[in-house]
Design a protein around this ligand. Structure first.
Ligand SMILES: *Cc1c(COP(=O)(O)O)cnc(C)c1O
Length: 469
């Protein structure tokens, strides 16, 4: 342990002046470590080396019997932690529909931590609750959702699906005269849940958590792009929750909402949309046509940490009738004497929570309407550049590249998996594998604001080299 990291024991600070000085020094070091990390991120391998992952053993072991100075703790994080990260900030990470983190959102997250706000109620954090209201309204406008739509800022689209579907469950059972929050689902009137064959796994998880069952669903066949087939819809009625998808996690395809939603609405079904990343296409005048019809739905789940590049964690549930969300989520307790403000605890699964809306507000404020549209358009054009380059080299593109997702096969499953493994080890960029309708593929998801044309060219060259070896 270097001598330049003195131990400031949190148990023995002598005066408040020296405590403040030590904190300032610590935060300066943290800022320098972060700077150092971000400056180095372009030159290093996107995946950490196996040596860096092995060196994490330095951070294991039993909890020390006594305190460790905060500077030493920080040093350990930077020395061993930084090299064992996956480099997400250099614009060449194309795995899992992960964005980067916008500079304004990163800076805001430092403020959020310094503020240490509990974003449960207005009295605990006027700033967080105010920015949450503003950010939710901005999200509503960007996604082209109806006026009056309310929402909740949660940890990701999985929780956003859960939160939205809790509102759906409430609404449909209340209509049938059943109070699901009070009486549960045992003995409740049955609800039918309809999903597309290519629905995201998190929708099934959310249904399971809500007691509606991962398998107790009617699956609608999908086409070659993973779009729900409008001609194969089952009977829908006012006891049906219909889950649509805006942006398939593999192909980027959109369910035909314009054909399905008017019918479903007519039948009285609750329409829920999983639009974790794809729904943001609505923010672009060029891509908005893909989202036509989804605005007719009753609830929508999306992610701030995917296409908008807000950083982790940030999911958003939007509900046309926020009263349904409130009925599903609000709690009462004697010490919770609340005022006239919108209280996040009435709309969220959590009580105490991080003020993540501050980053959402900051990121969106820094982008503006045109900045959000530009991310959608730029990353989608990068995706087309990847597809064209791979196709020109003779490799098969398995999907219609409608937004930012590309599926490529380098031959049989074994050759494709070998190519992916070589690419990940080589380190210029990072892509994962998937199986699309029985065929093994490499998935390229261009989601980061930071990706440049040069990043695409460098990465494409690395892909072709990995495939030829
Ligand atoms: C990523 C994704 C999810 C899950 O989102 P998390 O933020 O990881 O919880 C759900 N649905 C779709 C379509 C996705 O792309």
């Amino acid at each position: 342990m270097p001598a330049s990291y003195p131990l400031h024991s949190p148990l023995s600070s002598s005066s408040s002046a020296s405590t403040a000085d030590a904190r300032t020094a610590l935060l300066k070091r943290a800022a320098r470590a972060a700077e150092d990390y971000l400056e180095g991120v372009d030159a290093r391998s996107v995946a950490p080396t196996s040596a860096a992952v092995a060196a994490l053993s330095a951070l294991r072991g039993p909890l020390p019997p006594g305190p460790t100075g905060a500077e030493t703790v920080l040093h350990l994080l930077h020395e061993y932690g930084s090299p064992a990260t996956v480099a997400k900030n250099n614009g060449r990470f194309f795995g899992f529909v992960n964005g980067g983190c916008l500079p304004a959102a990163l800076a805001a997250s430092w403020m959020v931590s310094a503020w240490d706000q509990n974003a449960a109620f207005f009295v605990q954090s006027p700033i967080a609750i105010t920015l949450e209201e503003v950010a939710l309204e901005w999200v509503r406008q960007l996604l082209g959702l109806p006026e009056g739509t309310g929402g909740a800022v949660v940890t990701g689209a999985t929780m956003a699906n859960f939160t939205s579907l809790a509102a759906a469950r409430h609404a449909l059972l209340a209509r049938a005269g059943w109070d699901v929050e009070a009486d549960g689902l045992f003995g409740a009137p049955p609800i039918t849940v309809v999903v597309g064959e290519e629905a995201h796994a998190s929708v099934f998880k959310a249904l399971g958590l809500l007691g509606m069952g991962r398998n107790r669903v009617v699956r609608v066949p999908a086409d070659s792009q993973g779009r729900m087939r409008a001609d194969a819809l089952p009977h829908l009625d006012d006891r049906t929750i219909l889950c649509l998808q805006a942006g398939n996690v593999n192909t980027g395809a959109f369910d035909p909402a314009a054909a399905i939603c008017p019918m479903a609405k007519e039948a009285g079904a609750w329409i829920h949309v999983d639009g974790a990343f794809g729904l943001w296409a609505a923010a672009s005048p060029v891509y908005r046509r893909l989202t036509k019809g989804f605005e007719l739905a009753d609830s929508w789940a999306t992610d701030g940490h995917k296409w908008p590049n807000i950083g982790y964690d940030c999911g958003i549930a939007m509900v046309r009738d926020p009263g349904m969300l409130r009925e599903a989520m609000s709690i009462q307790a004697s010490y919770l004497a609340l005022g006239e403000h919108r209280e996040p605890s009435d709309y969220n699964p959590e009580l105490s929570r991080r003020a993540r809306s501050v980053e959402l507000w900051a990121g969106l404020r820094s982008l503006g309407r045109s900045g959000m549209a530009a991310i959608v358009e730029r990353t989608s054009s990068h995706a087309r550049q990847f597809a064209a380059g791979l196709k020109a080299a003779g490799y098969e593109i398995l999907n219609d590249v409608v937004i930012n997702q590309v599926l490529v096969s380098f031959g049989d499953a074994e050759k494709t998996l070998r190519t992916i493994a070589r690419l990940q080890t080589e380190g210029t960029c990072w892509c994962g594998s998937t199986v699309w309708q029985g065929k093994t593929a490499m998935r390229i998801s261009v989601s980061s604001w930071a990706t440049t044309k040069e990043d695409v060219e460098r990465s494409l060259a690395a892909m072709l080299k990995a495939a030829e070896e």
